[in-house]
Ligand binder design. Sequence first.
Ligand code: FES
Length: 121
Amino acid sequence: MEIVKIENQVSYHSVGNVEDFPLHLGKVVHIEGGPEIAVFRVAERTLYALENRTGHKKGGPLAEGLVSGEYVYCPLRDCKISLLTGEVQLPDTGRVSVYPLRLDGDVVLVGERAANEASEG
Ligand code: FES
């Protein structure tokens, strides 16, 4: 996918238009050379991008998880994960990689470098 914007040394890739992402659901997108990414649209123009797997063994696919507010519930073990920070909420632990996401008009752009680091939990 072509690089459409570079900001703070992060290359942003177009992954579709806002309307391509159903409200309160996750959708898998691909960035060349990067991991599978799950994009969640929680409000008209509020979207988040997380790696489509958790740090846990066989974690994911997060895009199939239930979205509630600014959290997604992992479909495997029901862990609650923040869409903003990727932090797995207690009593579970761990962190999912979060990718920067921008809107350029109605075009959804995802940065190719995670804003945080995945960790085992
Ligand atoms: S296996 Fe799903 S969050 Fe840990």
